[in-house]
Design a protein around this ligand. Structure first.
Ligand code: AMP
Length: 589
C-alpha cells in the first residue's frame, strides 16, 4: 500500500509518499503556500508530482486531538468537528490541518483519509502527570490539563532505540528528548508516555526556538499589568519572541547562536546554558518519576546535529550511569538509513542515543495500522459457511434395526464440529410420494432420531416437516427408514433444520450475542448479496464457529465452492446493524 502523509502548516504543505511493504519513501517534498498557491493548488501539484504512483490512503498530521483521540482515526464529519473544537488550543496548527484535510479529500475523494494526532501518544499520561494543581471543576470546565505534543516523534525514536538496544520496549524506561525548533521531553515507560514537558499547549516545558517553556505564572500577571496591552500581545511574546530567540536577542537557530557564542557573545552563551540546564533538569526529574532510566534519546534538528549541546546536556550525569564518549559524540551522524548512533562509552551503564526522527513514517505506520485493523474487524465478523446436505442422526435402537445388532457406526470423515463425523452407513428415506436413497448417517449415535431434509426433499417425499432447531423433534413429521438389515417406521423425527450458527462462547462474546439469540447474517462478495434473517445462535464450548444452511438456501444464495462469497454478521434481529465501518454490507433484500 502507498500512504500519502500530509503535514499541512500555515506556510507550507510537507508530504511523504511511503510504501508500506519496506517502508520506502517514494516521494517527499514541501510545497510553499503563498497567496497564489493555496492548499487546493498545492495538493493538485503534489498529486501531479506523484502521478506515477498510486495513492491508497492519506494520513494527515493533526497537532491537537485533546482527550478525544487516543489513536489514529478515520476522518468523517464528526472527527472534523472534533478537530475544530480543539482548534482554540492549537490555533496555529489545527485550522491548517483542517484546510489540508478538506483539500485532500476533494482531490482524492475515493480513498480513506486518516488523522494522526500529536497528542495521542500522551493519552496514557497518569492523572498525577496530566493534572495542573488548580481548581478541579474549573479545569474540567475549560478542559485545562496536560495533553503533551510531539507524540509521533517520541514514539518513533523510543521504538527505534528499543530496536537498537535489542530489548522489548515494554521492559524499558526511556527519556526521549525531541529538540527542534519546538522542544519537548518525554518519559516513555514500558512503551507508554507517562510524563512529558509540553502541557495544555506546546508552550510549557523546555526552552524552545522562540517559546519560553516553563515560567512562573506570576510573570504573566506582571507583564499584563506593566508591559503589554492585551493577551494576544503576551501570547505573541511568549510563543514567538522568547526562548533562544528572546534570550540571545539574535535568532531561534542554534547554528547562529553557537557561532555567536564561540566569538564571545554573552547572551548567546547564556541562552545555550539555560537551554541545556532546563533539559538536564527534566532528565533528572524523569529518571526520578520512572524510578530509573535505561537509555536517553536525543532527536530533532538540535538533538541530531549539535554535538556541543548534547555534551552540555549530558555532562555530569555520571551519577545516573551516563558516560559520554566525546569522540563518538563529535562524530555521531544519523540519517534515514543509519538511524541510531550511540554517544556513550562501552562501560556506560545507561546508553545515550542519537536517533533520526521520522514523524511522517510514524504517521504512515499508524495510518496503515488503522487500515489493517479495520480489515481485521471485517474479517473478524465473517463466519465460515457449511452447507448441510440431507442427513440423519440415529439412536442406538434404530441403528441396530437398520444395520444389525452387532453393527457400529463406521467412520467415514471428520466433520468440522469437534467430535462429529460422517459415517459410511447410508439409509433410504421412504415417503408417501417417493424415496430418497443414500442419505448419510452422522455420528456419534444420539438419544433421539433426527432426520434433516430440505424443503425440496420434503416435496419429493410428499411430507410436510416443520422447520425446527436441531434437537427439538417432538411432534415432528413421520418417516420410514430402510437400511440393509431392515426398515423402521418412525412416528416423528423428520425436520427441516433451521439455519443456525454454531459458536464457541469466545465467538459469542466477540459478536455480542447469547445462546438462542436470533440474528441477521449478510452474504457478501458472491453473485447475490442478501441477508439471512431468523438465524439461530447456538453456543457451546464444544462448537466451532460455523453457519449451517441447507442446500436449498445455498442454491438460493448461489453459493458454491468456487464462489468468494462470505457470511458477515450483521446484528441481532430487530436491532440496528452494529457495523458502522462495514462499507461492503449489502442494502438487504
Ligand atoms: P527541527 O524543528 O527539528 O527541524 O529543528 C530545527 C532546528 O534545529 C534549527 O532551528 C536549529 O536550531 C537546529 N539545527 C539544525 N541543524 C543544526 C546543526 N547542524 N547544528 C546545530 N543546530 C542545528
Amino acid at each position: 500500500m502507498n500512504i500519502l502523509v500530509i503535514n499541512c502548516g500555515s506556510s507550507s504543505i510537507k508530504y511523504q509518499l511511503v510504501n508500506s511493504e519496506r517502508e520506502t519513501i517514494l516521494a517527499q517534498d514541501a510545497i510553499e503556500l503563498t497567496t497564489d498557491v493555496g492548499p487546493a493548488l498545492a495538493l493538485a501539484q503534489l498529486i501531479d508530482d506523484t502521478q506515477n504512483e498510486t495513492i491508497d490512503v492519506v494520513g494527515h498530521r493533526v497537532v491537537h486531538g485533546g482527550d478525544a483521540f487516543r489513536d489514529a482515526v478515520l476522518i468523517n464529519a464528526e472527527v472534523v468537528a472534533q478537530i475544530e473544537e480543539w482548534a482554540p488550543l492549537a490555533p496555529l496548527h489545527n485550522p491548517c490541518a483542517l484546510t489540508g484535510i478538506e483539500a485532500a479529500q476533494t482531490a482524492l475523494p475515493k480513498i480513506p483519509h486518516i488523522a494522526v494526532f500529536d497528542t495521542a501518544f500522551h493519552a496514557t499520561l497518569p492523572r498525577r502527570a496530566s493534572h495542573y494543581a488548580i481548581d478541579t471543576k474549573l479545569a474540567e470546565k475549560h478542559r485545562i490539563r496536560r495533553y503533551g505534543f510531539h507524540g509521533t516523534s517520541h514514539q518513533f525514536v523510543a521504538l527505534e532505540a528499543a530496536r537498537y538496544l535489542g530489548r522489548p520496549i515494554n521492559e524499558l524506561r526511556l527519556i526521549t528528548l525531541h529538540l527542534g525548533n519546538g522542544a519537548s521531553a518525554c518519559a516513555v515507560e514500558m512503551g507508554s508516555s507517562t510524563e512529558t514537558s509540553m502541557g495544555m499547549t506546546p508552550l510549557e516545558g523546555l526552552v524552545m526556538g522562540s517559546r519560553s517553556g516553563d515560567i512562573d505564572a506570576g510573570i504573566i500577571f506582571k507583564l499584563l499589568r506593566d508591559e503589554v496591552n492585551d493577551v494576544d500581545a503576551l501570547d505573541d511574546l511568549l510563543n514567538l519572541r522568547s526562548g533562544l530567540k528572546g534570550l540571545s536577542g539574535l535568532s531561534n537557530d542554534v547554528r547562529e547562536i553557537e557561532a555567536a557564542a564561540a566569538s564571545g557573545h554573552d547572551e548567546a552563551r547564556l541562552s545555550i546554558a539555560v537551554f541545556a540546564h532546563r533539559i538536564k533538569k527534566y532528565i533528572g526529574a524523569y529518571a526520578a518519576t520512572m524510578g530509573g532510566v535505561d537509555a536517553v534519546i536525543l532527536t530533532g534538528g538540535i538533538g541530531e546535529n549539535s554535538a556541543n549541546l548534547r555534551q552540555r546536556i549530558l555532562q555530569r550525569l555520571e551519577f545516573l550511569g551516563i558516560q559520554v564518549d566525546e569522540d563518538n559524540n563529535q562524530h555521531a551522524e544519523v540519517d534515514h538509513q543509519n538511524k541510531v548512533a550511540c554517544i556513550t562509552t562501552e562501560n556506560s551503564r545507561v546508553p545515550a542515543l542519537v536517533v533520526k526522527t521520522n514523524e511522517e513514517l510514524m504517521i504512515a505506520r499508524q495510518t496503515i495500522g488503522l487500515i489493517r485493523q479495520q480489515a481485521r474487524l471485517k474479517t473478524d465478523l465473517s463466519i465460515p459457511i457449511a452447507v448441510s446436505a440431507r442427513h440423519l442422526h440415529l439412536d442406538k435402537h434404530t441403528f441396530a434395526l437398520l444395520f444389525g445388532d452387532d453393527a457400529e457406526p463406521t467412520h467415514h470423515a471428520d466433520l468440522s464440529q469437534p467430535g462429529q463425523f460422517a459415517c459410511k452407513e447410508k439409509v433410504t428415506l421412504i415417503g408417501p410420494r417417493d424415496s430418497i436413497e443414500g442419505v448419510r448417517l452422522l455420528g456419534p449415535l444420539r438419544s433421539k432420531n433426527q432426520i434433516e431434509v430440505s424443503r425440496s426433499d420434503e416435496y419429493l417425499l410428499g411430507v410436510d416437516a416443520p422447520v425446527r432447531d436441531s434437537g427439538r423433534v417432538k411432534g415432528s413429521a413421520p418417516i420410514t427408514l430402510k437400511g440393509p438389515k431392515g426398515s423402521v417406521r418412525l412416528n416423528e423425527g423428520l425436520i427441516c433444520a433451521r439455519r443456525h450458527i454454531h459458536m464457541h462462547p469466545d465467538d459469542a462474546e466477540r459478536f455480542g450475542v447469547q445462546n438462542k439469540d436470533e440474528v441477521e447474517v449478510a452474504i457478501t462478495g458472491g453473485p447475490r448479496d442478501l441477508i439471512f434473517c431468523d438465524v439461530l445462535v447456538r453456543v457451546s464450548h464444544g462448537y466451532q464457529l460455523e453457519m449451517h444452511i441447507d442446500t436449498d438456501e445455498a442454491n438460493a444464495a448461489e453459493l458454491d465452492k468456487s464462489s468468494n462469497a462470505e457470511l458477515v454478521y450483521v446484528g441481532i434481529q430487530g436491532r440496528t446493524a452494529l457495523l458502522k465501518n462495514l462499507k461492503t454490507l449489502p442494502s438487504g433484500d
